[in-house]
Design a protein around this ligand. Structure first.
Ligand SMILES: Cc1cc2nc3c(=O)[nH]c(=O)nc-3n(C[C@H](O)[C@H](O)[C@H](O)COP(=O)(O)OP(=O)(O)OC[C@H]3O[C@@H](n4cnc5c(N)ncnc54)[C@H](O)[C@@H]3O)c2cc1C
Length: 458
């Protein structure tokens, strides 16, 4: 009897307990579910093909790394539970070892599998190890309480060393694995179509080797980490923030290994407010992961984790539909919103500051159902992560871990883009000089609470 080692969300050799803690007859496998890439949500595609390609490239790089140790990687596309059960039957495997997910649909996959095969989930992508695993009943719903309770206790376990095949492991060979892969060529053909892609001419890579070059560059060589707290509210550029979100979401970077890199830098080079702040932001990620596990599908209710659940699909009137389409296309007439949305549509990424503003504008100024915004982000983001995305949207809407958070968009534009360089870079047709470029185009509906800040643009 053997074990299927499911490497979804754990596409790495560094700090990969799924690979290092297993013995006997083993088969490494990755599955991509049709629904997650080609399904629809509220009438929107759930993903764009650029994210799918990034994921395929990351998986292909892992396959090559494993092949160097004569280990095969079975690749399956379609219905994950069917593919895994069929594979288990073919190989006479009686166990699946996998990364513990956060999203309810992935827990559902494992619940289905558990009725037929032994499933062992290992929480390889969280900071809180088994001894600190929160009890959901008592887990605080406020980030500050969560952080203050945990920070004094937090001992992030050391990263597992780079995986090296052991004699006690009998892995399926690359040729055997290729023979068992299913529908992967169909997926490659689907992914190479020219529709539903982002428009930037080149896309970043998130494979493990590239990600570690980024860690080297950002933390050790250029030491941008020493200024993170001052630069993290930037809107575009290469190094204003870490850009670790996509590899963390894919699992080509381990959050524990990253945390240990920051700690090592603090010990060997310098610790300051900025090095602390990068860890602080990783705790936000951690918080949303546990919140998603705690409230599961409640995150997709209109009322979020508050009050009576309301799973009725968002209903937009024709007028609201038009407002939503303009928001998606970056054509609202508010330059700060449009510039950020154009950036998202081109590159699949947006700064945290930009995300907060466009979300607040959709929810509080356009007064649309927050879930359509979250669904559009799910479609466009290269770093899409269910817990961080739906948790942050609900937070700003006031249906998650905070009261509603309306931003004054004009105030934010003046504060974070004082010379309007960012909006002019993204919207080259703007001709106004300096901060005047933040003035909404004539005819745009202007919320009353912007009035004082609009006067600042005169
Ligand atoms: C409406 C909205 C939607 C979002 N959707 C996602 C998403 O789908 N995927 C995603 O990874 N992040 C999401 N975020 C959080 C945050 O904007 C991104 O993690 C961050 O911009 C990614 O860039 P970075 O890696 O350079 O971040 P950095 O500023 O360098 O932060 C370092 C890491 O800390 C974590 N982090 C930082 N801010 C947050 C936050 N607010 N919530 C959770 N984790 C955080 C991320 O893992 C990030 O990689 C969203 C935020 C908002 C307001």
């Amino acid at each position: 009897m053997g074990t299927l080692v499911l490497l979804n969300h754990c596409l790495r050799l560094e700090d990969n307990p799924l690979l290092t803690q297993v013995e006997g007859e083993l088969c490494a496998v990755v599955t991509l579910t049709r629904q997650q890439f080609f399904g629809q949500q509220y009438g929107l595609n759930r993903a764009n093909l650029s994210r799918l390609r990034a994921q395929i490239d990351t998986i292909t790089a892992l396959k090559q790394q494993l092949a160097q140790q004569q280990i095969g990687l079975v690749l399956c596309f379609g219905n994950s539970s069917q593919a895994l059960l069929q594979l288990a039957k073919q190989l006479n495997a009686d166990r699946i070892v996998a990364a513990e997910p956060t999203a309810p649909e992935e827990y559902q996959l494992f619940s289905r599998l558990k009725t037929q095969i032994q499933v062992e989930l290992n929480d390889v992508n969280s900071l809180l190890g088994s001894s600190l695993r929160p009890a959901f009943q008592s887990m605080p719903d406020r980030f500050t309480t969560f952080r203050k309770t945990l920070e004094p206790l937090l001992q992030v376990s050391p990263a597992h060393p780079l995986f090296q095949r052991r004699p006690t492991q009998q892995w399926l060979s690359p040729d055997q694995a290729d023979a068992l892969s299913s529908n992967w060529q169909t997926l490659i053909a689907l992914a190479s179509r020219d529709e539903h892609t982002l428009t930037a001419p080149t896309m970043p890579s998130f494979d493990e080797a590239t990600v570690w070059q980024r860690v080297e560059h950002y933390i050790w060589q250029q030491q941008h980490i020493l200024h993170y707290k001052d630069t993290r509210n930037g809107l575009s550029g290469a190094d204003y923030a870490s850009f670790f979100s996509a590899p963390l979401a894919l699992g080509s970077l381990s959050v524990r290994a990253l945390w240990q890199q920051i700690v090592a830098f603090e010990e060997q080079v310098r610790a300051n407010d900025s090095t602390y702040w990068l860890k602080f932001e990783l705790l936000w990620r951690e918080f949303f992961r546990w919140q998603m596990r705690k409230y599961q599908s409640r995150w997709f209710s209109r009322t979020g984790i508050h009050g009576q659940p309301d799973f009725q699909l968002p209903q937009l009137t024709p007028k609201q539909q038009k407002l939503f389409s303009r928001w998606c296309q970056g054509e609202t007439g508010v330059p700060f919103i449009d510039a950020n949305m154009v950036l998202l549509n081109q590159s699949g990424l947006m700064s945290n500051r930009g995300r907060q503003n466009v979300a607040s504008y959709l929810i509080h100024d356009l007064q649309l159902d927050w879930r359509v915004g979250a669904a559009y982000f799910e479609q466009r983001l290269l770093d899409y992560d269910p817990a961080s995305n739906w948790g942050n949207w609900a937070y700003i809407a006031g249906y998650g871990n905070s009261e509603a958070r309306p931003f004054n968009i004009i105030k934010q534009a003046i504060m974070y883009d004082p010379q309007a360089q960012f909006v002019k870079q993204m919207l080259p047709d703007l001709t106004a000089q300096g901060k005047q470029a933040h003035r909404p185009v004539a005819g745009t509906t202007l919320p009353a609470h912007w009035r004082n800040w609009l006067a600042e643009l005169d």
